[in-house]
Design a protein around this ligand. Sequence first.
Ligand SMILES: NC(=O)c1ccc[n+]([C@@H]2O[C@H](COP(=O)([O-])OP(=O)(O)OC[C@H]3O[C@@H](n4cnc5c(N)ncnc54)[C@H](OP(=O)(O)O)[C@@H]3O)[C@@H](O)[C@H]2O)c1
Length: 369
Amino acid sequence: MKTIFITGATGFVGGAIVENLLNRNAGENLLLLVRAENREMGLKRLLENLEKFDIPQSTLSGLTVDNIVTGDLATPENFIQNPVLDSVTHVINCAAIASFGKNPLIWKVNVTGTLEFVKRMNRVAGLKQFIQVGTAMSCVPSQGELVTEQNISAEEKEHIVAYTYSKATIEQLIQKECPDLPLLIVRPSIIVGHSKLGCQPSSSIYWVFEMVLKLGKFLCALEDRVDIIPVDFCAEAIVLLLDKEISNNEIFHISAGEKYSVSFREIDAAISKAHARPAIAENYQQVDFSEVYALRKSFNELYGECNERLMLLAMQLYGSFAQLNVKFDNNKLLNLGMTPPQRFVEYVDKCVLTTSHLSVPELMIVDFK
Ligand SMILES: NC(=O)c1ccc[n+]([C@@H]2O[C@H](COP(=O)([O-])OP(=O)(O)OC[C@H]3O[C@@H](n4cnc5c(N)ncnc54)[C@H](OP(=O)(O)O)[C@@H]3O)[C@@H](O)[C@H]2O)c1
């Protein structure tokens, strides 16, 4: 029987993985790392997150304090001695500071602390697979590229944000310092919403589209494409790879690829339709950042009460990514038998529905922790 140790289960991706594993009910033993003072409080935090995934109470009630390992990757020395970790057969390492903001703990958690944790798990005799959840954007793609899976070589100055640099660095350090680890690296592309629940589990990144449509202008062209997947597809792919027990430094994109990516024109049409209003395409203008900056005094009127500087930062950062027009090849994953993802425009109506009561500034908080 597998004993799966999952980090990040109080988050978006980790929550979806636990949702998938609980719903399939294959009898695995789950151990979940949670930041909390004690296991009772950890269980409470976990359940609060899992409730957003509409998991039946009868299933959730099967989780107890025995599933919880308390710990913080910023101070791994406080949990890595826990003997329960010696029973682990599989790790899914999802925890990270996944923020585009300047969180001072990014390096300590995503690199230093994570490496200590990986080294500890490398000493577990029965460990069969360690899945490191990276991010496809950490390879610093070129504009218009269809990226295939390969090792990362980009330097710090090439990264748009510290977060992607930290994720690239930890992949390299794990490979270098733990060459015998049964490592599998998965690199999800851009995760937006859930194909059935919309943004109920998280509004991460979805707000960018609402922000752009309200502005009517942005840094990318309407024909630029974006590689988006729903979080349940990401979870399903990770669980599929877990079952196949692939390791030995294999890398898999979990992505929409060329075929299932979407253009901004399609996104405009689908979101506007869900809002029952005309698409903005006809009046849309591709502009450079100085034109966006010039509009800053209108942000409060446009978006409701907001932090002007944070809005500008968001537009600059997400604008840089949007302009990339990059797709991440997913043939390696699909060739394993994975069902292709729903295209973003096929489920975005659920994202509209589940966010309609919130303003853009309220929706974006989750990405600037
Ligand atoms: N969302 C995307 O579009 C996307 C795309 C590609 C890759 N990814 C990768 O997917 C993974 C999960 O991202 P996400 O979107 O699910 O982020 P998220 O919703 O912010 O969740 C992050 C998780 O990591 C945990 N965490 C953060 N700092 C920690 C620490 N010091 N010690 C222990 N746990 C800590 C959080 O716990 P708390 O609840 O205690 O804060 C939370 O459970 C990340 O590795 C990210 O790089 C995400």
